[in-house]
Design a protein around this ligand. Structure first.
Ligand SMILES: O=C(O)CCC(=O)C(=O)O
Ligand SMILES: [Fe+2]
Length: 314
């Protein structure tokens, strides 16, 4: 399922494409015309509400949309008519802050009490500093903060903190699980709550798989079980490894990891030593997706506990 298939879209969803028709007869599509810059998307229910829309800040595109093109918006707004079901998905009487990847960030009820602050802009790195960056995909807002907190509680309470993480080794011609601090130290558990699993699955289907299809041109057909992870202070790390090197995991194509409490710990960043020195620590609820064939490590956690959820896709 993706956002297009659900009745109402939520923060974190990418806006499904739609044809937009202006009153002068011109028309275009949202994805072709309006991706790549922060966007305000307003759905005023009448001309009075449209007239009260704030003037968009410089660099922000501003679209006023309804089943009929709304009239009366101030200068800087462009008005379009769009498919009624699409408008229903967006919801009426709202001003959505939308990021440059057409992802819904936050809805503000109309009329806004103050001029909304646009989605935070990221300072661009100078060209010479973008050379050695690993080809990873970061998808913000895949899990809501409240789902992240529920997963941490589930690991700590219902799963009693999880088990010490072991690695598969060959011994006398047989595969055995063995704890090996030379490779990793952390605790982990397969979630035991069907509702939490269903929520995670729905969020991946809705927010991660369409992005993986678009960015990597890869259709996910299969997923390993979810795993909840805890990397405790001074006892949490995973040294450099690949995720598809033994026959039992050779089917894996992409690793997906969601940080559940970024900011509550220091260290615990991902690094891809084949590709450069940069560290990756996506915000809470964001997914980091990368090829299982890339060497990667999770750096030691120095303070606090890093919680994460991981799975592998094929
Ligand atoms: O800590 C994570 O998010 C995932 C670590 C990892 O590389 C793995 O479990 O294979
Ligand atoms: Fe890994």
């Amino acid at each position: 399922m993706n956002a297009a298939a659900s009745a109402h879209w939520l923060p974190g969803d990418r806006l499904p494409d739609v044809r937009l028709r202006a009153d002068d007869g011109t028309n275009c599509t949202l994805h072709a015309e309006f991706a790549g810059a922060p966007l305000w998307l307003a759905t005023p229910t009448d001309a009075h509400a449209a007239a009260l829309l704030p003037v968009p800040p410089p660099g922000t595109l501003a679209l006023c949309v309804g089943p009929q093109a709304p009239q009366g918006a101030p200068a800087g707004w462009r008005a379009f008519a769009a498919d009624a079901r699409w408008c229903e998905g967006v919801g009426a009487g709202l001003l959505w802050l939308v990021d440059a990847n057409l992802r819904l960030c936050a809805p503000v009820p109309l009329p806004p009490q103050s001029v909304p602050t646009t989605t935070p802009s990221v300072e661009p790195l100078p060209g010479e500093r973008t050379f050695a960056i690993a080809p990873v995909l970061q998808i913000p807002g895949v899990f809501e903060p409240e789902l992240c907190a529920a997963l941490i509680r589930h690991l700590d309470v219902d799963c009693a903190g999880g088990d010490v993480s072991a690695v598969l080794v060959m011994q006398d011609g047989e595969q055995r699980l063995q704890v090996d601090p030379d490779i990793k130290q952390r605790r982990e558990a397969i979630p035991r709550d069907a509702q939490l699993e269903a929520r995670m699955h729905e969020r991946l289907m809705r927010r991660a798989l369409p992005e993986i299809a678009r960015v990597f041109n890869f259709e996910v057909r299969r997923r390993d079980p979810f795993k909840l992870l805890a990397y405790p202070e001074n006892a949490g790390y995973f040294r450099a490894h690949r995720d598809n090197e033994t026959p039992d995991v050779a089917h894996r194509r992409f690793a997906l990891s969601v940080n559940l409490n970024q900011g509550d710990y220091t260290g615990g960043e991902f690094r891809y030593p084949e590709f450069g020195p940069h560290l990756f620590s996506p915000p809470t609820g964001a997914a980091l997706v990368f090829s299982c064939s890339m060497l990667h490590e999770v750096r030691p956690v120095m303070r606090g506990t890093r919680y994460a959820m991981t799975t592998f896709l094929a």
